[in-house]
Design a protein around this ligand. Structure first.
Ligand code: AMP
Ligand code: GLY
Length: 466
């Protein structure tokens, strides 16, 4: 008889649907039951959950209460979003209920401070750090003094900097010279809009091509997942403001078309050094369980540099990876908890994730006051034609009492195409997007061959300059 396994999933958006979907594909040795703590009534989660609770702010103590009430039926939990990890969900749930959690402990929520992250990297892999300067709010008494200090750093770097809040802002508080501002006064304005509520870090603007690196971890070792490329900017051709990520692609291999195998090895080496630094000489550091290292790399003329590190799966990047996981994800989860994680295999397939988002997301329209109803029945119908090659994961949308689903404010729903090539995967993903009925928009160039060709040419050109 199949073994009963109860799993808590803490959900913010489509990423959790990809997790539930991957667990559900488990080999049949398990009789799975999901307990979902959700930001809203996500229709996918509602369909799969035995028990579902809406906790709009994902407050750690309310999630703990939900687990406590069901603790005899839950074998382990997975936390996808960063906010509860930063607030110590792992520590609180394990201490109060005894249910093991797959995510790092509060102490290892590395994204809690970009400043601490840079200081840590300066110790363990300085060559992967851009030049940077920290501006602490308690260190400046006058505006002149602050401005002088900013200007001095801008002189050093010929103004080529990125301005970042110390505290997480879902990639949206970041401003980059040449992209978001072209004069020092504009940069100063952006700086001051953050400095009111957070310390600020200025860092050298990196030129190159981005990749997202993720790894599973059981505390003893990290097991790298294939690289993906996220599309942060709102509009086609990488125009417009930064968003949470409009889509992403994964190639057939573990690295991206503009990278070489050596670039991938360099990423793995850097990740290994950071992991060892975090472990601090211990053979096992259980607090690092989950995906403690999601590293956003910039591949530059001088090799791989780090843009930022998170301690949770990327959204949309994990949606590229989990659908092509070969091993049994439930077993992998048990191994992460036991400290017996082994290498993980993936199908040699390309995947493309495209997000459909509301009209007023990313400044596409200034205002949208029309109907927000979204009907996924067409795309679900299409899934039966495509079999496993198309996945649909609702994100920021909710099922209401009238039985219809509606878009909320953030990324609404993503489609994942799986194919023999990136181009094929992209076609499938976009076919799915076209079948979604609702006032939504999307980027059309996620994984497009012209976009990839540009990445290849740009990196080649940069490296020819060495
Ligand atoms: P972050 O939240 O730090 O990942 O930043 C969001 C986005 O801003 C990144 O994906 C990059 O596109 C861009 N960015 C961040 N830091 C830098 C940097 N030092 N140089 C150039 N672009 C950057
Ligand atoms: N897609 C960027 C992130 O998950 O941080």
């Amino acid at each position: 008889m199949a073994e009963r396994v109860g799993i808590l999933v803490v959900s913010y958006g489509s990423r959790a649907c990809a997790v539930i979907d991957a667990l559900s594909r488990s080999g049949g040795d398990y009789d799975l039951h999901f307990y979902v703590a959700d930001r809203q009534s996500n229709p996918f989660n509602l369909k799969h959950a035995d028990k579902h609770v809406v906790i709009p702010d994902l407050d750690v103590h309310r999630i703990r209460d939900f687990v406590d009430a069901n603790k005899d039926s839950i074998d382990f939990g997975i936390c996808c979003p960063e906010k509860p990890i930063i607030e110590g969900i792992r520590d609180v749930i394990e201490r109060d209920t005894g249910v093991p959690m797959i995510c790092p402990a509060r102490r290892y929520a590395i994204e809690a401070s970009k400043v601490s992250q840079r200081l840590m990297l300066a110790e363990c892999c300085p060559e992967a750090n851009p030049r940077f300067k920290v501006f602490r709010r308690d260190e400046y008494t006058t505006a002149d003094e602050l401005k002088e200090s900013i200007w001095a750093f801008l002189d050093e770097l010929d103004s080529g900097v990125a301005v970042k809040p110390d505290r997480p802002a879902a990639g949206k508080g970041v401003g980059v010279w040449g992209d978001h501002f072209t004069t020092r006064e504009q940069l100063y304005e952006h700086f001051m809009s953050i400095f009111g509520s957070s310390d600020v870090i200025l860092e050298e603007k990196l030129e190159g091509e981005e990749s997202s690196f993720q790894a599973f971890c059981d505390g003893r070792r990290i097991v790298p997942l294939p690289d993906t490329r996220d599309y942060k900017r709102a509009f086609d051709h990488d125009m417009g403001p930064n968003t949470g990520g409009m889509g992403s692609y994964k190639d057939v291999r573990d690295w991206l078309p503009f990278m070489s195998e050596r670039d991938r090895e360099e990423e793995e080496k850097i990740a290994g050094r950071i992991f060892n630094a975090l472990k601090g000489g211990a053979a096992i550091k259980e607090e690092l369980r989950g995906i403690p290292l999601y590293i956003a790399f910039m591949h530059t003329r001088e090799g791989a540099k780090i843009l930022e590190i998170n301690s949770r799966p990327g959204d949309p990047e994990i949606q590229n990876v989990l659908p092509v996981l070969k091993g049994d994800f439930v077993d992998i989860c048990f191994r992460m908890i036991e400290g017996t994680l082994k290498d993980v295999e993936f199908e040699r397939k390309a995947t493309v994730v495209t997000y459909a988002v509301p009209m007023d997301y990313g400044g596409y329209r200034e205002r949208y006051t029309g109907d927000r109803r979204v009907d996924l029945s067409g795309v679900y119908h299409m899934m039966t034609d495509y079999g496993n090659a198309l996945r649909v994961y609702p994100g920021s949308m909710e099922l209401r009492a009238n039985g219809n689903t509606y878009a909320l404010g953030s990324r609404t729903v993503c489609t994942v195409g799986i194919g023999e090539s990136i181009e094929e995967a992209r076609e499938i993903s976009l076919d799915g997007i076209r079948k979604i009925d609702g006032a939504l928009w999307n980027r059309w160039d996620i994984g497009a061959s012209h976009h990839i060709a540009r990445s290849i040419a740009r990196l080649k050109e940069l490296r020819a300059l060495v």
